[in-house]
Design a protein around this ligand. Structure first.
Ligand SMILES: [Fe+2]
Length: 274
């Protein structure tokens, strides 16, 4: 029902509107966030992460629509790309619409992803993960990845989605973590970001909320998950919640821009520009 509604809206001009308004060059926000880390190893000073989320291939997001986003990320010459879920909208086969765009990402040290709740619909999570692996995006399903600069290492810890994953295992995601690593945790849903922060990671990257996509007065019932804020601080842990790039339900956003987040790591107290 919702799928048919979306395709009807798309055919009535919604698709063209979303593409030109939010996905054109200059249509999406490039949000720069500097995250300070105590005793950051020299090799990670200035390390940059492009954080992309909630692409939602489907009626409003088709092949080629992310070309300006990809060009922007490539131009920024980031170290890694971190993707935090919801690549499809209703079914896993939609993922193939993203292959050519995401396959053109060229960060220095690779692309890493976790899955979002939509990616499990129809038990499609394995198809989504397989497509990503075929274009060299490392999907962290209760697994970690280390990026060693030679003077300090970043550890990415990724878990299955909190609501749709059958087994959520942060311990397994952290099994490859070493004592001096700077840990970045990838988790689609920000609902437990405060609990993840308790493990002492430097950064948590989340998506899921779309920034509520259409922000209305609080007295009106909201169709989207609650957005806790774009940036939260929990002691020495920063959580960045992306508003995402795609849309569900309606091909529009209001007071919730589509965005690419560029996170730059810096030593606490240093004055690195972002
Ligand atoms: Fe989403």
């Amino acid at each position: 029902m919702q799928r048919r509604f979306e395709w009807t809206l798309a055919s009535l001009g919604g698709y063209r509107f979303y593409q030109s308004r939010y996905l054109s060059a200059g249509g999406f926000l490039v949000r720069h966030e500097r995250v300070e880390v105590d005793q950051l190893p020299k090799g990670l000073n200035g390390f940059r992460i492009a954080h992309l989320s909630d692409l939602h291939a489907g009626a409003f997001m088709r092949e080629g629509d992310l070309r300006h986003v990809v060009a922007c990320v490539n131009e920024l010459d980031v170290d890694i790309v971190a993707l935090t879920g919801d690549y499809v909208t209703h079914e896993s086969k939609e993922i193939h619409r993203l292959a050519s765009d995401l396959g053109a990402l060229q960060p220095r040290r690779g692309c890493y992803a976790v899955l979002g709740n939509h990616d499990y619909y129809g038990q499609g999570q394995d198809e989504v993960a397989a497509l990503f692996e075929s274009i060299d995006i490392d999907v962290l399903r209760n697994r970690g990845a280390r990026i060693d600069t030679g003077d300090g290492a970043l550890h990415l810890s990724g878990i299955e989605d909190l609501s749709e994953g059958q087994r959520i295992d942060p311990q397994a995601a952290r099994a490859s973590l070493r004592a001096d690593d700077v840990e970045v945790f990838l988790c689609h849903n920000p609902a437990k970001a405060h609990r993840i922060a308790e493990i002492g990671c430097a950064l948590v990257l989340c998506g899921h909320t779309h920034g509520e996509q259409i922000v209305v007065p609080k007295s009106i019932p909201r169709p989207f998950p609650r957005h806790p804020g774009e940036r939260l601080e929990f002691g020495s842990t920063t959580a960045i919640i992306s508003r995402g790039l795609g849309a569900v339900g309606l091909p529009m956003r209001f007071r919730a821009p589509a965005e690419v987040v560029i996170v730059t790591l810096g030593e606490t107290g240093s004055s690195l520009e972002v």
